[in-house]
Design a protein around this ligand. Structure first.
Ligand SMILES: *Cc1c(COP(=O)(O)O)cnc(C)c1O
Length: 736
């Protein structure tokens, strides 16, 4: 594919064209030289509006006209055109309203009836510069109709003829008025239909067409305009400008002009000017595009304002000064409007962009995880509501946030005001920092002394896993931020709570910056009395140490002991943090686990994969490794682009699990492979390659939960989720 073309020349000339339009309406040289003013505003500045039409033609119509003769494709290409027309109509409507008071004040609508209203809205505009919008809309519609039935060339001939007809009612009126029959027809049109032929029928279509055909990427191997070089274009432009000047002045002296928008040389001028601008590739700020439109829209208002200023009369006396002031004001107003609009629309735009980026991702990935941000937020709110006011969540984002994608999750949590996390190892902490995650990051597990330096560099907090480890940490030159682990009965990590002397010694170590202490509950997920008693004992033991330290004068700002089940079943034990993991992700470890809270949690993760291939299987034919599946009768099977290498439990093999396709269940057949899985789609005739299969999540009315996979694999959801592989794409959906 060709590199993206830069249209900086066009963008820049938009501003120049807007300045020229302002000139047409202010006559800058009037008080200096009437001839000069005629040249500037009635000849030179006449390139401005055709230029705008051409740009629109290029960016809006070229795809449509390109689909030469292919009706079906053209109907498809028409879809964006309708969208564009809608927007143009909306802007036109807004402009009509904006200029309504001025129009009333100026007496434009005195003789308003159905006929004049029709004429104004469709051709002449409700204010003198607003003819542009109906011109644009009508011109596009005309080209759509022509393009539907004629080739690009024939369309070009038709719009050229229309331009010639328009010319006869504009600059060449002196000629037309001498032809009796023709003059009458034109006179009638001017009386009834429109004030000028410079409108959407005779003027706009040619330039729209010229713009649409000016630049074709598919024209040749080289990207960009293919006619002549810059020098040839400049010479062509010079010659056609001279010819237009001569033409203009001759017509002026012959007094043929009824109006002065259309010349024979104008299309030629526009051709060369446009080719020249296409070759200019300066980087131009994007804001130029919108600012030029607003300048066009707002300048008549500015003219009125300048006239009404205290020194308005003085300013108006010198046409050049008047022009300068109007230009300045229009420019400022346009820039301000453009920026304001960008700011207001920015949010929506960015949101849509983010969404579409997500959409693009699903449309390409072979297997992926969707993270429901709204569900995550609801889980955060529900868990927080269980806890006392002063207890903050410290989400466990270890093991890639239980498979969800640690950066994705932590970023979203940062966004909703959560600034404490725990991870299993130092590498996980470093990765979060490298991705801009803010707040306290506690490394729950062992870090090798040779990696202590990383703790400093990435501002991570290390767990003191026991007394000996504390001594190692204490050998660091700089102070290390730590939370002291206290073993209250799990006997995994932490210094034993009955080693009070050692614990006190840890507190006295010079190079430990003790920021907190924690313990871990290991029997908080049942309500059997023995476990409840044990949990209470753990908590009691933990708080006993905390109290003792306080008495001894040791500082320990943050204490914590609750994980997910602690929050659900023992929220009253909460300290300063709650290290929630599995519950935050919207599931419990097992369906039957004890949960006193009864709160509703929403699964955050969906696991999806693409159908890679669908094929028939005859009776007696086998499939997959070890020919473990044998078809009893003829059937259809689908191959999914996901396997145990992505974390799909191999225990789901041979009917141990199923997936959802088009809202229906498809049984897993044979042995799950590392990268592929076979499923039965005999009863899903619509299943086809490229379809999406849901392995965890919902499709139509059906749902497969992480519990289902966990039960089939004889494990807990934590294991299923945390094993989902790094090969899967991860994408956030829903919410902002
Ligand atoms: C993993 C872990 C947690 C989070 O556990 P969940 O049960 O998933 O909420 C909390 N604390 C420690 C020490 C952990 O290792």
């Amino acid at each position: 594919m060709a590199a993206k073309k830069n249209f900086g020349g066009l963008d820049l000339f938009r501003i120049a064209a807007a300045c020229l339009v302002v000139a047409i309406h202010t006559s800058p040289l009037e008080t200096v030289s009437p001839e000069g003013d005629f040249f500037l505003t009635r000849i030179l500045a006449r390139v401005a509006v055709p230029f705008f039409f051409m740009v629109t033609g290029q960016f809006v119509l070229s795809d449509y006209l390109k689909e030469d003769g292919a009706l079906k494709k053209r109907a498809k290409a028409a879809a964006p055109l309708w969208g564009y027309l809608q927007k143009a109509a909306l802007l036109y409507g807004a402009a009509i309203l904006l200029y309504l008071p001025l129009g009333i004040y100026a007496g434009h609508y005195k003789e308003l009836n159905v006929g004049t209203a029709f004429r104004m809205l469709l051709f002449d505009g409700t204010f003198y510069h607003l003819w542009y919008f109906p011109g644009l809309i009508l011109g596009i519609l005309l080209l759509m109709v022509l393009g539907r039935f004629c080739s690009v060339k024939v369309t070009g001939i038709v719009v050229s003829l229309l331009y010639l007809l328009g010319l006869l009612g504009d600059s060449y009126w002196g000629l037309t008025s001498q032809i009796p029959g023709a003059a009458d027809v034109y006179e009638w049109c001017f009386q009834v239909l429109f004030g000028y032929t410079r409108n959407g029928l005779f003027f706009a279509p040619l330039f729209l067409w010229m713009g649409a055909t000016a630049y074709r990427e598919d024209r040749g191997k080289t990207v960009g305009p293919s006619v002549g070089g810059i020098r040839a274009d400049a010479v062509g432009l010079g010659i056609s400008l001279v010819s237009m000047t001569i033409e203009g002045f001759l017509l002026r002296y012959a007094e043929w002009q009824r109006h002065d928008s259309m010349y024979l040389s104008l299309p030629l001028c526009m051709f060369f000017l446009y080719q020249l601008l296409l070759k200019v590739t300066w980087e131009t700020p994007l804001i130029c595009r919108t600012a030029a439109t607003w300048m066009y829209l707002l300048h008549p208002g500015m003219i009125v304002i300048v006239r009404g200023l205290p020194f308005g009369n003085v300013i108006a006396k010198n046409s050049l000064v008047f022009y300068g002031v109007v230009l300045l004001l229009s420019g400022c107003a346009a820039w301000m409007t453009a920026y304001l609009l960008r700011w207001v629309l920015g949010h929506r735009f960015r949101r849509e962009q983010r969404k579409s980026r997500g959409g693009e991702l699903f449309s390409r990935a072979r297997a992926w995880i969707e993270v429901d941000k709204e569900a995550l937020r609801q889980n955060v709110a529900a868990l927080k509501a269980l806890l006392p006011e002063n207890c903050q969540l410290m989400p466990a984002v270890k093991a890639d946030a239980y498979g969800h994608g640690a950066v994705l999750i932590a970023r979203e949590l940062n966004r909703i005001g959560i600034y404490a996390f725990c991870v299993a190892c130092v590498a996980e902490g470093v990765s979060l920092r490298k991705n801009g995650i803010k707040g306290e990051i506690l490394v729950l597990g062992y870090t090798h002394p040779r990696e202590f330096e990383l703790l400093h560099r990435y501002c991570l907090t290390q767990t003191v896993v026991d007394y000996d480890y504390a001594q190692l940490l204490n050998q660091c030159e700089k102070k290390v931020r730590v939370h002291v682990g206290i073993d209250t009965g799990m006997h995994r990590l932490g210094e034993r709570s009955d080693h009070e002397e050692r614990l006190a010694e840890i507190c006295r170590m010079e190079h430990l910056d003790i920021q907190g202490a924690f313990t871990h509950l290991c029997a908080d997920d049942t309500n059997n009395p023995k476990d409840v008693e044990f949990t209470q004992k753990q908590a009691k033991e933990f708080y006993r140490i905390v109290k003792k330290w306080k008495e001894q004068g040791f500082s320990c700002p943050k204490v914590h002991l609750l994980a997910s089940y602690g929050v659900l079943n023992y929220p009253q034990l909460a300290g300063d943090y709650a290290r929630v993991g599995i519950a935050l992700y919207g599931v419990r470890s097992a369906k039957t686990d004890y949960d006193r809270s009864g709160i509703r949690l929403f699964p955050v993760l969906s696991l999806k994969a693409r159908v890679a291939s669908v094929r028939e299987l005859g009776p007696g034919e086998a499939a997959g490794y070890g020919l473990a599946f044998v078809a009893q009768s003829s059937m259809r099977i689908a191959t999914l682009a996901i396997g145990y290498g992505d974390g799909l439990p191999r225990a789901l093999s041979c009917g141990g699990g199923s997936v959802l396709i088009h809202g229906k269940r498809a049984r897993i057949l044979g042995r799950i492979c590392m990268d592929q899985t076979l499923v039965d789609v005999t009863d899903i005739p619509e299943a086809a390659a490229g379809d999406i299969a849901v392995l965890i999540g919902t499709s139509g009315e059906e749902e497969i939960t992480a519990y289902e996979l966990a039960e089939a694999g004889d494990t807990i959801t934590n294991e299923i989720l945390s094993r989902l592989g790094g090969r899967l794409w991860r994408v956030g959906v829903g919410g902002r």
